[in-house]
Write a protein that binds this ligand. Structure first.
Ligand code: SAM
Ligand code: DTB
Ligand code: SF4
Length: 343
């Protein structure tokens, strides 16, 4: 095990040095593969003494980012509930009996009003989410208008609409979409325990379409669904080993909702969540790592540890899609306490 840890250490030093020297662009394909992370190497990071792991993550963070600045995105559910899929964590799946109702797509002026409020509260990115397996062409048309209008307000735009068919990513790009969020959610070997109505490969194909259309990729997953540490490392390996790792990596702590199959899962130890953030930072030095769902159940001390471990993005505003998030004022106080400025 010591050997594996040493290798993991060397690996992260090599990655960071290469980045610092601006060599990542010029690496050959073989060199690229050599610098990738195996699941065992990532597990070895998780197994480091906590202080050593945090120290390493903070070093990588400082070498690649402003350690005192956090990007803030506000989420809006533009189409809530009634989803055909069976994601075991999701309150919006029609088949689970939760308090979430099936609502129609929001009107353009309501979306603009929400984006205006987000901008006035200091968000730099506005993310629009829809409870769809994927958008039909007639669904996409109004969403393209929303994207164009939000972009014209001077906000960065992000959308998460499910799987994309050929040509749809290009339409989103033309409308002014900056980021597309589509999560791998978990390691390939645990995936089938959580979702059966779409495959891992389906998700990878959508991510390829997003990349090919030159839209920034926002891709991460959920921790605390009953997966093993090995599987948490497996998710990070999938992300870190992408041809180009995602620009944005949301790490969600499962928000348990009554009526969903994952409700009642044993709570994850929050220090393990911090370790996951640190391992994401070390393995994806230049990505923005987003401390995503789950902040409402976290003491501010745990959130502070996540920022020290390299998280540099959050969802900001009192609601995620259907569940709660800390009030903007609470976050402002926390940022002031920690000397963090918003990006
Ligand atoms: N329907 C689209 C899709 O699934 O691709 C977009 C919206 S979906 C709600 C976006 C992501 O939210 C999911 O991939 C999942 O990672 C995350 N998510 C959903 N429910 C969650 C929960 N209860 N706790 C944590 N994350 C959750
Ligand atoms: C992501 O990774 N997390 C956000 C966003 N992408 C779309 C969604 C979190 C949803 C939490 C459950 C809810 O509010 O419905
Ligand atoms: Fe539908 Fe997305 Fe929820 Fe899955 S995560 S049930 S696809 S809204």
């Amino acid at each position: 095990m010591l050997e594996a840890i040493e290798k993991a250490k060397q690996e992260s030093i090599i990655n960071t040095d290469a980045l610092k020297a601006g060599k990542s662009e010029t690496k050959t394909h073989n060199q690229e593969i050599e610098s990738r992370w195996s699941v065992d190497e990532i597990v070895a990071l998780f197994e480091l003494p906590f202080s050593d792991l945090i120290y390493k993550a903070q070093n990588v963070h400082r070498e690649n980012h402003n350690p005192n600045a956090v990007q803030v995105s506000t989420l809006l559910s533009i189409k809530t509930g009634g989803c055909s899929e069976d994601c075991g964590y999701c309150p919006q799946a029609a088949r689970y009996h939760t308090d979430v109702e099936n609502e129609p797509l929001m009107a353009l002026d309501e979306v603009i009003a929400a984006a205006t409020e987000a901008k006035n509260n200091g968000a730099s990115r506005f993310c629009m989410g829809a409870a769809w397996r994927g958008p039909k062409q007639r669904d996409l048309e109004p969403v393209l208008k929303m994207i164009a209008e939000v972009k014209a307000m001077g906000l960065e735009t992000c959308a998460t609409l499910g799987m994309l068919k050929e040509g749809q990513a290009e339409q989103l790009k033309d409308a002014g979409l900056d980021y597309y969020n589509h999560n791998l959610d978990t390691a390939p070997e645990f995936y089938g325990d959580v979702i059966t109505t779409r495959t891992y490969q389906d998700r990878l194909e959508t991510l390829d379409r997003v990349r090919s259309a030159d839209i920034n990729v926002c891709c991460g997953g959920i921790i605390g669904m009953g997966e093993s540490r090995n599987q948490r490392a497996g998710l990070l390996a999938q992300l870190a080993n992408m041809e180009r790792p995602p620009e944005s990596v949301p790490i969600n702590l499962l928000t348990q909702v009554a009526g969903t199959p994952l409700h009642g899962t044993e709570d994850l130890d929050q220090i393990e969540f911090v370790r996951t953030i640190a391992a994401a930072r070390i393995t994806m030095p230049s990505s923005f790592v987003r401390l995503s769902a789950g902040r409402q159940s976290m003491h501010e001390g745990i959130q502070a540890l996540c920022f020290i471990a390299g998280a540099n993005s959050i969802f900001y505003g009192e609601k995620l899609l259907t569940t709660g998030n800390p009030e903007a004022e609470t976050d402002q106080k926390l940022f002031a306490k920690l000397g963090i400025s918003k990006i």
